[in-house]
Design a protein around this ligand. Structure first.
Ligand code: CP
Length: 316
């Protein structure tokens, strides 16, 4: 595997899920695979889970890890081709990524969208430039449009919890939030579920339609109660508008996932990528109750990352 930026980079999704499950049972089986190899983790945005779980995954494989908060600790990056750099930017991404490629064997990049210009965000300019100029395998730690390590961990978690012999009904439901949130997690979850053996329903208020490329295998409805009927898994997430790009269109009264809504489901397991706004997106009772899978999801982030890093190390 040379890059991991979306489900499209995965030749066989089921095999990768099984690899992650195998690594969960045998985390140190390949502890020599990453000997003398270095993973660089570059963050332009905050992180708890992605940072720690990917670092742990690399350590389980015997890799060295370097972590840098590039937004705070690095030089201001220029990304425009042909720029005359007489302003605030100090270093061009051509040199910065090239240098990182010389120091590391695999590079992880987190770069959120700015939510100002849809084309700029959805072109994934920064991620593409890191791929081009670093010259080494790149793992997305959440980009402008997707969060593939999260989605793999989510699918691993669903695989662990689904009833045998039944195609699970999985509902991705929009939830309220206090600020504009990217579409990445929702896009990515829908895209991965589209490649899995599940029935996917996406529900959100009017105006929160995701880009069609992500939901082409889903039933999409603005009726949350109807969507939740007989659900086996409910994935709760806020996102801002794609069509009215980056805007918050409604406070979303009535869209918070609560016990009453859970009662509509098939005793569904409830998922969230975290961090979660308690009693805004999801109520305390669900998060503290037996239906919540949020900590299991977070734990599975390690084995999802480990499966991806293992494939990359094997291909070096
Ligand atoms: N779910 C997730 O990516 O968490 P962090 O933003 O804390 O890494």
């Amino acid at each position: 595997m040379k890059k991991y930026t979306s489900v499209k980079d995965v030749a066989n999704v089921e095999e990768l899920v099984n690899e992650a499950l195998h690594l969960k049972q045998n985390p140190y089986k390949y502890k020599h695979l990453g000997e003398n190899k270095t993973l660089g983790l570059i963050f332009l945005n905050p992180s708890l889970r992605t940072r720690l779980s990917t670092q742990k995954a690399a350590l389980n494989l015997g890799m060295n890890v370097m972590v840098m908060n590039l937004d705070k600790e690095g030089w201001a990056l220029e990304t425009q081709e042909g720029a005359i750099m007489n302003g605030t930017t100090v270093e061009h991404i051509k040199e910065a990524a090239g240098v990182m490629g010389a120091y590391c064997d695999i590079l992880g990049i987190r770069s959120f969208p700015k939510l100002q210009n849809r084309d700029e965000d959805y072109n994934e300019e920064l991620l593409q430039q890191f791929i081009e100029y670093s010259g080494i395998p790149i793992v997305s730690l959440e980009s402008a449009t997707r969060h593939p390590l999260q989605s793999l961990a989510d699918l691993v978690t669903i695989t662990e919890n689904k009833a045998t012999g039944k195609k699970p009904k999985v509902v991705l439901t929009w939830a309220p939030h206090v600020k504009a949130i990217p579409q990445c997690v929702a896009n990515s979850f829908a895209e991965w579920m589209g490649q899995a053996n599940v029935e996917l329903v996406v529900t959100h208020p009017e105006g929160y339609e995701l880009a069609e490329e992500f939901t082409e295998n889903a039933i999409v409805t603005t009726n949350q109660d109807e969507a939740l009927q007989n659900a086996d898994f409910v994935y709760v997430k806020n996102w801002s508008s794609y069509n009215d790009y980056g805007k918050v269109l409604t406070e979303g009264a009535g869209w918070m996932m609560t016990d009453n809504k859970l009662a509509l489901t098939n005793n569904a397991k409830v998922m969230h990528c975290l961090p979660v706004r308690r009693n805004v997106e999801l109520n305390d009772e669900i998060l503290d109750g037996q239906n919540s899978l949020v900590l299991q999801q977070a734990n599975n982030r390690t084995y999802a990352a480990q499966a991806v890093l293992k494939r990359m190390l094997e291909a070096l």
